[in-house]
Design a binder for this molecule. Structure first.
Ligand SMILES: C[S@@+](CC[C@H](N)C(=O)[O-])C[C@H]1O[C@@H](n2cnc3c(N)ncnc32)[C@H](O)[C@@H]1O
Ligand SMILES: *[C@@H]1O[C@H](CO)[C@@H](O)[C@H](O)[C@H]1NC(C)=O
Ligand SMILES: *[C@@H]1O[C@H](CO)[C@@H](O)[C@H](O)[C@H]1NC(C)=O
Ligand SMILES: *[C@@H]1O[C@H](CO)[C@@H](O)[C@H](O)[C@H]1NC(C)=O
Ligand SMILES: *[C@@H]1O[C@H](CO)[C@@H](O)[C@H](O)[C@H]1NC(C)=O
Length: 713
């Protein structure tokens, strides 16, 4: 074992030295660190304290310099806890008390000051067993002049907090960064933390971990599945590697924490320490709270009849009403779902970064008011925000099978709730924000479910280049721009989007763009089913419906000619403005992106939203008879087989109240499933049918051939 040990250590030391030689000012610190970590014999100390003292004695002063890159996730953990803490104490006058266990040199406490000022804590305690590190922490706090910070040099399982008589339930925040894995007897430590925390107390962890495939159906574990699984080599290698330093990565620690607390946020990262790709140490950041009645952690999601997910919702709601004074809002909008099901894991990103139907036409016929209960498809969330903004219906059920579409909606809702207009416009108007990851950790996170947080944390580069170039719709836009560039049309496209009149716009379109865009070779691309599905999200069944009524070329002419002759892109036709410019402008954008729309939504129009991640038909099954008054199902029935359509329409007929409406768009002028609605007790009326060659558009998108309403009889 000893030989094996030193072999690997030597390789590691050489790599480490090489990497650091290039940064001469930091040269000395790593050498000391290497000496203490790898060369100096650890020895067989009888107890943990003397082992720690000896381990850290020579590296105490260089500790912070050497740990910056090794111990990743600490800043994220601090930002998340600060943000959540701020949101929670909003209604209390009491200052919070924080205990940092295994706090070492006090780095966490010093950094926290940037996110949550230390004076705003009643008291802060650093607990650490290692005397040389405690000493450094003490002089650090002394230099800062913080006299509400106390260093307790004691064991994590048994420490007493000076100045607090009975500490049970008195602590608002406990953090542990890279110390849980170092503590041998961790069960009593976690139990002690549980007893210390106040009813809404927070517990934050950043640490290394390893994990096999997630087969646990516990809802708590499911809160943190994205990237959690480590391959066998990673698991085996790092567990053994860290054991040399008495650091234990076994899953039992994290499992027990997740069992004892409610997860608020969970993130699994890989630390590419010094050498990207070769070295990938798994680490996690976790934020949790005292288990409440609202916790459904004992519920096994797989054993729930998916069609009665609302029973879980009821259970959650009834528990929530019991703890009404609780100020922790776990996920306000998102309903629980099981992310490990294949139906969800088939998607690793969103298809639509923007919604491709015109809500202005919907509003003309929806007849919405505050008493309505709606059922809509999430898509990119743009249209349901329009409904909320214009009419504030009492309930909007948003459904998507693709969890990423719902993550995107959650991000928009969190952005409206937490951000100022300028930042929100940067994100979703311009599609760019250089500080997105910082906003995510310091402002947006309390409003996001753990799932959505993990997704955006792992996709934090989305807003660096351009959000609208991401997702599958982003692929279509990139191809479009490639064609525009190759055809040398960039300048014409810009003048088209800034034309001062429809006449001018139409002229540019007719003279410059139409001959290329509607050229037959391009139409051929559109006839490729793989392209249609991957880039445009148009399944083959839908394309067939369209071809049954005419040619692809005619269809595309009808689409573009109608739009260009009727809607000025610069201040109205925001759909095509976006596709061509890859951003919105202040006049050509969805209403929720205008300052007044944003303010209206911020002031309470979002409470009606519930986000479901499941099949449409399964969500419908969970709703009561006649619970809905309006449903907008977009074009998705085009995708269905007859039996699928039949099953879903049957559920719609049950859930929609008498006199209620169902709306859909179709790529066919007369979709075959209209008669299925009639069969199940609806009266079907076309609102608008686009006649080929007429040049009259259906709406500002004009991608569909018809728009229908069914009224429940
Ligand atoms: C890797 S360091 C992390 C220090 C600091 N939290 C940070 O993030 O830089 C682990 C710390 O846990 C402390 N520690 C280990 N076992 C402990 C125990 N049983 N009780 C208290 N502290 C302990 C060690 O002394 C050491 O300071
Ligand atoms: C699930 O619920 C639906 C409707 O409530 C019911 O018809 C079905 O039998 C249930 N399935 C199971 C496995 O309990
Ligand atoms: C909520 O109120 C109940 C009874 O009024 C109380 O027992 C409980 O501790 C309170 N919870 C919180 C989180 O303040
Ligand atoms: C929690 O959410 C409810 C609405 O769902 C809202 O009224 C309340 O203000 C929120 N609490 C906090 C602390 O944000
Ligand atoms: C909504 O319902 C309430 C109570 O039934 C009623 O007073 C109100 O007029 C309704 N609003 C509209 C716009 O129908």
């Amino acid at each position: 074992m000893q030989n094996f040990n030193s072999q690997y250590l030597k390789i590691f030391i050489v790599i480490y030295l090489l990497a650091f030689l290039f940064e001469t000012e930091q040269f000395k610190a790593p050498l000391k660190f290497i000496y203490a970590c790898f060369l100096k014999p650890i020895g067989n100390h009888a107890d943990q304290q003397s082992r720690l003292n000896s381990f850290y004695k020579d590296q105490a002063e260089v500790y912070d310099a050497t740990r910056g890159r090794l111990l990743r996730g600490r800043l994220t953990m601090l930002k998340l806890t600060a943000d959540q803490l701020r949101k929670q104490i909003i209604n209390t006058s009491r200052k919070p008390i924080w205990v940092d266990i295994g706090g070492g040199t006090g780095w966490n406490i010093e950094k926290m000051n940037d996110f949550f000022p230390i004076e705003q804590f009643e008291k802060v305690y650093l607990v650490d067993l290692c005397a040389p590190l405690c000493k450094i922490a003490e002089s650090r706090f002394h230099a800062k002049g913080w006299n509400n910070v106390h260093v307790v040099c004691d064991d994590a399982a048994s420490f007493k907090l000076p100045g607090i008589e009975n500490d049970i339930g008195k602590i608002d925040l406990v953090t542990m960064s890279y110390s849980l894995s170092m503590i041998d007897k961790f069960y009593p430590v976690i139990d002690r933390i549980k007893s210390l925390l106040s009813p809404n107390g927070l517990f934050g962890i950043a640490d290394f971990y390893v994990s096999g495939r997630v087969i646990n159906n516990d809802i708590q574990v499911q809160q943190g599945t994205l990237n959690r699984h480590c391959n066998w080599f990673t698991r085996w290698f790092w567990q053994i590697w860290f054991e040399f330093d008495h650091i234990n990565l076994h899953t039992s620690r994290r499992d027990y924490v997740e069992y004892q607390f409610d997860t608020i946020k969970s993130f699994n990262g890989r630390n590419h320490f010094l050498i990207p790709y070769l070295v990938q140490i798994p680490y996690y950041v976790w934020l949790g709270t005292t288990k409440s009645l609202a916790s459904a952690s004992h519920v096994n999601l797989n054993s729930i009849n998916t069609s009665s997910l609302t029973s879980l919702e009821k259970l959650k709601n009834s528990a929530e009403s019991k703890t009404d004074n609780s100020s922790v809002n776990r996920s306000v909008w998102r309903q629980p779902y099981n992310p490990t099901l294949p139906r969800h894991t088939q998607f690793n990103t969103y298809i639509y970064a923007f919604t491709w139907e015109d809500p202005r036409e919907d509003m003309k016929v929806l007849d919405l008011n505050e008493n309505d209960s709606m059922f809509v498809i999430t898509s990119a969330g743009d249209n349901l925000l329009e409904y909320a903004l214009r009419a504030n219906p009492k309930r909007i059920h948003c459904v998507d099978l693709n969890p990423c579409q719902n993550h995107l909606l959650e991000l928009k809702l969190a952005g409206i709730s937490a951000l100022n207009y300028k930042d929100f416009w940067s994100l979703f108007g311009k599609g760019k924000h250089p500080q997105f990851e910082h906003l995510l950790d310091t402002q947006l996170s309390p409003y996001l479910s753990s799932h959505a947080y993990q997704f955006w944390k792992t996709h934090s580069k989305t807003f660096q280049n351009n959000f609208f170039r991401t997702g599958s719709s982003g692929i279509a836009l990139r191809i479009l721009h490639l064609i525009i560039t190759i055809a040398g049309l960039s300048r014409d496209v810009a003048s088209l989007c800034h034309a001062s009149s429809i006449k001018e716009q139409k002229k540019i379109y007719d003279d410059k763009l139409r001959p290329t865009i509607l050229h037959s070779w391009l139409v051929k691309i559109f006839n490729n089913p793989v392209f249609l599905w991957k880039a445009l999200g148009v399944p083959i069944r839908q394309w067939k419906m369209l071809l049954d009524e005419g040619t692809a070329h005619q269809y595309l002419c009808d689409t573009f000619d109608g739009v260009m002759a009727h809607y000025k892109l610069a201040n109205d036709g925001y759909f095509y403005f976006l596709c061509l410019m890859l951003h919105y402008n202040s006049e050509s954008c969805p209403s929720y992106l205008t300052q007044s729309g944003f303010e209206t939504l911020k002031n309470g129009a979002l409470n009606s939203i519930k986000i479901h991640t499941n099949y449409i038909v399964d969500v419908l099954k969970g709703l009561g008879d006649g619970e809905l008054t309006k449903a907008v199902v977009m074009d998705h029935i085009d995708w269905f087989s007859e039996s699928e359509a039949e099953e879903e329409i049957k559920q719609l007929a049950r859930a929609v109240k008498k006199g209620g409406y169902v709306f859909w768009r179709s790529s066919a002028r007369r979709p075959w499933y209209d008669k299925v609605f009639v069969k199940h007790g609806f009266a079907v009326d076309p609102i608008c049918i686009r006649e080929p060659g007429s040049g009259v558009p259906l709406d500002r998108v004009n991608m569909y051939a018809s728009f229908y309403r069914a009224t429940k009889l």
